[in-house]
Design a protein around this ligand. Structure first.
Ligand SMILES: *Cc1c(COP(=O)(O)O)cnc(C)c1O
Length: 365
């Protein structure tokens, strides 16, 4: 890297970060556009959340620095002590706060081969060193993580289920991982898609947080709750970790709209149930229909699927992406996640799902 002495230079980890490339938001020609690139819900947010947003006025006042209404609402609904909840500008902020609080020069953070990209960004930004553990069958491999633990390991990030693979590990595997970690290593359980998972052997991690001193669970309002534009995320952690994070977070990190809409959204569990049911209907349908076309779909428990394309000139993921984009369907390229020949598709409305299947059938002809 070109070290210039005549201008400020960021810490070395900062320039080691590849700029995050978000899912595309626009297609061409003013046609109907189905944005299936960011795992957003096709059902929007609860009408109660929208109402709470519109009821706001008095923008001249600072927001509540402790986001009490939101923490209390989350506490009520999930059965948690609000004192052990911290809210953030998306769960991305909670992940960054964790990295800044616990990682420094020489410290290592482990995450998996196809893990969520924010772990790499947060680790490098904080000055830590990323350590990547290989996966097995596109799934977190606890043994591969345990093999990479050393006295330098200060944090382990696990997305369960993971994005972009959609795979998960049973909670007994998380417990086995936790049992093998030093007491001084923070285990971060990113449960962004927990509400969607309907499996008997799955847990988001609430009990493990409550019964240990080194586990944090993060959650988001960006997916099933339909509020990504307002940036609402939260973490559940032991007192001493909440205390550390509160010391470094911006005092007004949550704006009033996020607090009010988030609180209303979480209290509307009937709306959430409907969104989960919708996904339970369409996730298997899309997976099956794409399978019939001869495409390999990684089995997913989230609200998105990873679709693998043939190693054939003109039929690769990049070709499919361009073809779908022409027709108003925006999926997500996942090259940066180590999948140069796959696309990630969020489950959309019925029309969107049918459209993608129809276009891919034509594309593969
Ligand atoms: C979408 C997502 C998040 C949530 O991001 P926000 O900052 O809350 O919008 C966190 N982790 C994973 C794995 C995700 O896919």
């Amino acid at each position: 890297m070109d070290q210039q002495a005549d201008r400020p230079v960021p810490r070395s980890g900062v320039l080691a970060i590849d700029p995050y490339v978000p899912g595309k938001a626009k297609a061409k020609n003013g046609q109907t556009i189905y944005k299936l690139s960011s795992n957003e819900t096709p059902l929007g947010a609860s009408p109660k959340a929208i109402e709470a947003y519109h009821a706001l006025s008095h923008f001249e006042h600072y927001p509540d620095p402790s986001a009490s209404n939101l923490r209390e609402a989350i506490g009520d609904v999930y059965g948690l002590n609000p004192d052990n909840i911290i809210c953030g500008c998306g769960s991305d902020e909670i992940l960054s706060l964790l990295a800044y609080a616990y990682l420094g020069e020489g410290d290592e953070a482990i995450f998996t081969e196809h893990g969520f990209l924010v772990y790499n960004i947060a680790t490098l930004a904080a000055g830590g060193t990323p350590v990547v553990a290989p996966e097995k069958n596109l799934t977190t491999d606890v043994d591969a993580i345990l093999e990479r633990i050393s006295e330098k390991t200060k944090m382990v990030f696990i997305a369960n289920p993971n994005n972009p693979t959609g795979t998960y590990i049973p909670f007994k595997e998380i417990r086995r991982l936790h049992a093998g970690l030093p007491k001084t290593t923070v285990l971060v359980l990113d449960a962004a898609y927990a509400e969607y998972v309907r499996r008997n052997d799955y847990e988001a991690g609430i009990e493990l947080v409550a019964t240990s001193q080194n586990v944090v669970m993060t959650r988001t309002f960006s997916k099933v709750y339909g509020l990504p534009s307002l940036r609402v995320g939260w973490g559940y952690a032991p007192d001493h970790i909440i205390d550390a994070l509160n010391r470094i977070r911006g005092p007004f990190n949550m704006n009033s709209a996020a607090i009010a809409a988030g609180a209303a959204a979480v209290r509307d569990q009937a709306f959430l149930e409907a969104a989960v049911l919708f996904n339970q209907q369409w996730l298997p349908w899309v997976s099956k229909e794409l399978g019939k076309l001869g495409l390999k779909v990684t089995p997913s428990v989230g609200n998105f699927i990873l679709v693998h394309f043939p190693e054939e000139l003109g039929k690769r993921a990049a070709d499919a992406d361009a073809y779908l984009l022409e027709r108003g369907c925006i999926l997500r390229r996942v090259d940066a996640y180590g999948f140069p020949n796959a696309l990630r598709m969020s489950i959309g409305t019925e029309e969107a799902n049918r459209d993608v299947v129809k276009h891919l059938a034509d594309f593969l002809k």
